[in-house]
Design a protein around this ligand. Structure first.
Ligand code: B3K
Ligand code: ZN
Length: 869
C-alpha cells in the first residue's frame, strides 16, 4: 500500500508539462488499447527525471521522439524516465497501455457501466488510463480518437468538438474529438454506448448557438425533459447573475447507472449519475426534481469556476467546489424560494458538516495533509466552503462581490489558481481588508458564539456581549479568532423590529465579530428586546444564547427573517428533547410543552400564509440531528423521545391536521414551487396523522389515489415509519410495480433501511439478495446499506454490536472492489468517541478488524488510522 501523505506546504511547480496530447482508444470492454502521444516541455532546465503517474493498467510500450526508449524505472504507481541524454526541452512521448474496463469495479479511470463504457478521472483517475503528469496544474490541449464496434457503441463521445469520423470495414467506426481549451487531465472524458438522445439548443446572450445533447439509456427519453430544462435555466441564470457565457458550440450530458458520486463536470461532456438526470412524475419526487436542477446547475457552473479557472493543486479543491456550491445554491434560491433553500442548506450543514468537523476526519476547507484525495470531497470542502464564500458575499455585498468575481476570472482564466488568488481578487475589488477572514481557509472546527445581553432602562442602551471560541479538533489543537459576520435584528415583545442605531447614526445589521470577546451597543431601544441572532445563518457557527421559551415563540411569530422563525422552532424542539431525555432516563413520564404545542397549532392554522415554511417548521428534526446535541449520544433514548414527540403532536393536533389535509387538492401534478409547497403541507399532515387511529385508512387511500411519486412515497414513508397495518401490502405493491427499475427501487430500499422495526438489520441483509439489488452499483449500496448505517441511529448502534459487525463485513467486501464507496460508508464507525464506552469498545474492535485486512485501500486506511490514532 502506498499510504504516503502529501502536504500542502510541499507544493512545487512542475518540472515538466504537457502542452498537447493525442489519445487513441481502441475500445473493447475486455481489451482496450490506448495510445497516448504527448508533447512534453521541460520547464525546469536542471531537471532530468520525469516521473509519470500510472497504475492499474498493463504497460505495453514507450517511445520518445518516435524511437524506442528504455531508460526508465517502473513501479506499481509510476514510470520514471531518465532524460539525461535528451538535450532538447521539447519532446514527444508515445505510450501504449492495455486495459480491461469490464473488470474495473473501482468506477474510476475507464470502466463499464451497463452496456456502455465511460470514464471518471477526478481526482486521480486519468492515471488508470495511461502514464501522465496527473496533476491539475498541467494543462494540455486534447485530441481524442475513439474506435469501437458500431452496433454496440453507436455513440462515441469525448470533450470539445467532433472534427472527423468514419466507418471501418470490420463493423467498427471511429470519431475524433478536439477540445480547444487546455485542461488538466481530470477533466478528460470519454463515453461509448447506445443511447436515446434528447437534442435542444441554447442561444447565448452574445447570440452564439450552442447544441445541447442529453444521452440517456434506451427507453428513458420520457425522463429526460426536466434535466434539459434545468440546463437551459442554468445557462441563462449564469449569464444574468454572473455575466458568464458558455464557450463551446456543444454541451453534452450523459446519464450512467454506475457512478461513485453525483456527476462530473468534464469539459463539454458532463457525465452524470442517472439519479441526477432521470425524472418523470411517476418515478421522481419533488425533492428529486429539485436535486436534479441543482446538480445540473452545479456541473454547468463549473465550466467557469473549475474548468476555465481550475485548481493549482488538490489542496485548493474548495476554490472550485465551495464557490460552485455557492453558485448552485444561489441559482436554486433565485429560481425557487430563497428561504426554503437556505433552510435546507443549513440543515445539511448542521447535520452532516458539523459532525464531520468534530470527527477524526476534521480538516479545514483547504486541507493541509492528504493521503487519498478522494477522501476530501467532503461536506467541509463543499458545504462549509460555500458558507465561506457566502460570508464574503455578506461582507462585500452583491455589487462588490461580482466585481471580485470579474477580477478573479480575468486574472486567472486558462490558469490553475489557488484559494489565495480568489480572496485576493475579492479584497482588491472591494477594498475590504480580508486578512483575518483568510483564517477560515486554514482553521478547522465549528466556532461557537456565546451571546449574553443586558438592557439599561435608564439610558435605553442595549448591549450584546459576544464571545467566540473554536474548540480543538482532531487535526488542530490551537485555534485563533475568526472574522465572523453576525447578522442580527431586535424585536420588542409585540414583535416590532427596532432601528439599530448608535449616537444617532444608523448601524448595519451585520456585526463584525473579530475578537474573542466583544460588546455591541445599541441606543434608543425602548424596552428590553428579543434578539434575532444569526439571521439567514450568516456564519457557519454554533450559537449559544439562553433564550426563554416565550422569547423563541416571539421570534417564531414575528421575526421577518424566515430562517430565524424556523430556527426558533428548532431550538424549542431541541429543548423539549433534552428535557424529556432526562425524564426518560429517570423513568419519569414524558411530556410536551403546551405552550409550544399552541404555537405550532397557530402556525398550522395559518399555513396558507406560507405553506413551505409551515412544513419546515412543523417537521421534527431527525434522530441523527438530535444526536448532535450531545457529547455522548444515547441512540435508544433519542429515538424513543423523538417518537413520543411525533405522536404527541399528532394526537393533539389531529383535527387541525385532518382539516388541513382535506383542504388541499390538485387537478394534476405539476413541478411548480406553489404546488410543491402545497404537497409538502399535505404530506406533512399525512405523516403526523399516520400516528393516530385515522392513520391506516388515510395512508392506504393516499397511496391508492396517488398519481405521482411524491405522494406515493409520502404514503409509503408514513406507513413504514408508523408501522401501519397497510404497510406490508403497499410495499409489496410498489415492489411489483418497480422491481425492474433500480433507481426507483432505491427509495424502497432506503425506506426499509430506516424502518423502526426490530428486525431491520436481518431485513437489510435479506434485501441484499433481492433481484433489484446489485452490490456493484453504488446507488443501491448507498440506498440500502448507507441509509441503514447513517440514518437508522437506533438499529445501527444497537448495543450488541451487530450493526457494527454487519458494516465491517460489507466494508471488507467493498475494500478492493470500490474503495471510494467503502470510504463513505465507514464514516459512522470512525465516530466512536461520541458513544458510551461499551459501544466504543465494539466500534474500535470493528475498526481493528478492518485495519488487519490485506490490501487495505488508502481510502479506508487514512480514515481508520485517523480514528484509532
Ligand atoms: N467534481 C466532481 C467530484 C469528483 C469527485 C472525485 N472523487 C463533481 C462535482 O463536484 O461537481
Ligand atoms: Zn463540484
Amino acid at each position: 500500500m502506498y499510504a504516503k501523505a502529501k502536504y500542502r506546504k510541499d507544493y512545487k511547480t512542475p518540472d515538466f508539462t504537457v502542452t498537447d496530447i493525442f489519445l487513441d482508444f481502441q475500445l473493447d470492454p475486455q481489451k482496450t488499447i490506448v495510445t497516448a502521444k504527448s508533447r512534453y516541455q521541460r520547464l525546469n532546465q536542471t531537471s532530468t527525471l520525469l516521473r509519470l503517474d500510472g497504475t492499474a493498467f498493463q504497460f505495453v510500450s514507450i517511445r520518445l521522439n518516435c524511437e524506442e526508449f528504455r531508460d526508465y524505472q517502473q513501479d506499481s504507481v509510476s514510470l520514471t524516465l531518465d532524460l539525461k541524454t535528451i538535450d532538447c526541452d521539447q519532446f514527444e512521448l508515445e505510450i501504449v497501455t492495455f486495459l480491461v474496463p469490464a473488470e474495473n469495479t473501482s468506477l474510476q479511470g475507464l470502466y463499464q457501466s451497463g452496456q456502455g463504457l465511460c470514464t471518471q478521472c477526478e481526482a486521480e483517475g486519468f492515471r488508470q488510463i495511461t502514464y501522465m503528469l496527473d496533476r491539475p496544474d498541467v494543462l494540455a490541449r486534447y485530441t481524442t480518437k475513439i474506435t469501437a464496434d458500431k452496433m454496440k457503441y453507436p455513440y462515441l463521445l469525448s470533450n470539445g468538438n467532433r472534427i472527423a469520423g468514419g466507418d471501418l470495414e470490420n463493423g467498427k467506426h471511429w470519431v475524433e474529438w478536439q477540445d480547444p481549451f487546455p485542461k488538466p487531465c481530470y477533466l478528460f472524458a470519454l463515453v461509448a454506448g447506445d443511447f436515446d438522445l434528447l437534442k435542444d439548443n441554447f442561444t447565448t446572450k452574445s447570440g452564439r448557438n450552442v447544441a445541447l445533447e442529453l444521452y440517456v439509456d434506451r427507453g428513458n427519453l420520457n425522463r429526460a425533459d426536466w434535466a434539459m430544462e434545468s440546463l437551459k435555466k442554468s445557462m441563462k441564470w449564469d449569464e444574468e447573475r454572473f455575466g458568464l457565457e458558455y464557450d463551446l458550440d456543444i454541451y453534452m450530458i450523459v446519464a450512467v447507472d454506475f457512478f461513485n458520486m453525483g456527476a462530473m463536470e468534464n469539459k463539454g461532456l458532463n457525465i452524470f449519475n442517472s439519479k441526477f438526470v432521470l425524472a418523470n412524475p411517476q418515478t421522481a419526487t419533488d425533492e428529486d426534481y429539485l436535486a436534479i436542477e441543482s446538480v445540473i446547475g452545479h456541473e454547468y457552473f463549473h465550466n467557469w469556476t473549475g474548468n476555465r479557472v481550475t485548481c493549482r493543486d488538490w489542496f485548493q479543491l474548495s476554490l472550485k467546489e465551495g464557490l460552485t456550491v455557492f453558485r448552485d445554491q444561489e441559482f436554486s434560491a433565485d429560481t425557487g424560494s430563497r428561504a426554503v433553500k437556505r433552510i435546507a442548506d443549513v440543515r445539511l450543514l448542521r447535520s452532516v458538516q458539523f459532525p464531520e468537523d468534530a470527527s477524526p476526519m476534521s480538516h479545514p476547507i483547504r486541507p493541509e495533509k492528504v493521503i487519498e484525495m478522494n477522501n476530501f470531497y467532503t461536506m467541509t470542502v463543499y458545504e462549509k466552503g460555500a458558507e465561506v464564500i457566502r460570508m464574503l458575499h455578506t461582507l462585500l455585498g452583491e455589487t462588490a462581490f461580482q466585481a471580485g468575481m470579474k477580477l478573479y476570472i480575468a486574472e486567472n482564466d486558462g490558469k490553475a489558481a489557488t484559494c489565495e488568488d480568489f480572496v485576493s481578487a475579492m479584497e482588491r475589488a472591494s477594498g475590504i481588508d480580508l486578512t483575518q477572514f483568510r483564517r477560515w481557509y486554514s482553521q478547522s472546527g465549528t466556532p461557537e458564539l456565546t451571546v449574553t445581553d443586558s438592557y439599561d432602562e435608564q439610558t435605553k442602551i442595549y448591549r450584546l456581549q459576544v464571545s467566540q471560541i473554536t474548540p480543538p479538533t482532531a487535526d488542530q489543537m490551537e485555534k485563533v479568532d475568526l472574522h465572523i459576520p453576525l447578522k442580527i435584528a431586535l424585536y420588542d415583545e409585540r414583535g416590532v423590529k427596532q432601528v439599530l442605531q448608535r449616537s444617532g447614526q444608523p448601524i448595519t445589521d451585520v456585526l463584525n465579530v473579530i475578537h474573542k470577546d466583544q460588546i455591541f451597543e445599541f441606543d434608543q431601544i425602548a424596552s428590553r428586546p428579543v434578539p434575532a441572532l444569526l439571521c439567514d445563518f450568516s456564519a457557519p457557527v454554533k450559537l449559544d444564547y439562553e433564550y426563554t421559551t416565550s422569547q423563541l415563540i416571539t421570534l417564531l411569530r414575528f421575526a421577518e427573517n424566515e430562517f430565524i422563525r424556523w430556527d426558533a422552532v428548532q431550538m424549542l424542539f431541541n429543548n423539549e428533547l433534552r428535557r424529556n431525555l432526562v425524564n426518560y432516563r429517570q423513568g419519569l413520564d414524558l411530556d410536551f410543552s403546551r405552550e409550544i404545542l399552541a404555537a405550532l397549532e397557530q402556525v398550522l392554522s395559518n399555513w396558507k400564509q406560507n405553506p413551505a415554511l409551515t412544513t419546515l417548521i412543523l417537521t421534527l428534526p431527525k434522530t441523527t440531528d438530535f444526536a448532535e446535541l450531545f457529547k455522548v449520544i444515547d441512540p435508544e433514548g433519542i429515538s424513543i423521545v423523538r417518537s413520543f414527540m411525533q405522536r404527541f403532536i399528532a394526537e393533539n393536533l389531529q383535527d387541525l391536521l385532518l382539516k388541513t389535509y382535506n383542504q388541499i387538492h390538485f387537478d394534476r401534478y405539476q413541478v411548480v414551487q406553489s404546488d410543491i409547497a402545497l404537497r409538502g403541507v399535505r404530506n406533512l399532515c399525512l405523516n403526523y396523522l399516520a400516528y393516530t387511529h385515522l392513520g391506516n385508512n388515510l395512508v392506504n387511500k393516499h397511496y391508492l389515489y396517488a398519481d405521482n411519486m411524491t405522494d406515493t412515497l409520502a404514503a409509503l414513508t408514513a406507513a413504514t415509519q408508523a408501522q401501519l397495518q397497510c404497510s406490508e401490502a403497499l410495499m409489496k405493491d410498489f415492489e411489483q410495480k418497480w422491481q425492474h427499475d433500480g433507481l426507483v427501487m432505491d427509495k424502497w430500499f432506503a425506506l426499509q433501511a430506516t424502518s423502526p422495526n426490530e428486525n431491520v438489520l436481518q431485513n437489510v441483509i435479506q434485501l441484499m439478495e433481492h433481484t433489484s439489488f446489485n452490490f456493484n452499483n453504488p446507488n443501491r449500496v448507498r440506498a440500502l446499506i448507507g441509509t441503514f448505517v447513517s440514518r437508522n441511529l437506533k438499529a445501527f448502534h444497537v448495543a450488541d454490536g451487530s450493526g457494527y459487525r454487519f458494516l465491517t463485513d460489507v466494508l471488507i467486501r467493498l475494500n478492493e472492489k470500490n474503495p471510494q464507496v467503502a470510504s463513505r460508508l465507514i464514516e459512522p464507525l470512525i465516530r466512536f468517541s461520541r458513544y458510551d464506552t461499551q459501544r466504543q469498545t465494539l466500534m474500535k474492535r470493528a475498526l481493528e478488524r478492518l485495519s488487519a485486512v490485506e490490501n487495505l485501500s488508502r481510502d479506508l486506511f487514512e480514515k481508520i488510522e485517523k480514528a484509532l490514532r
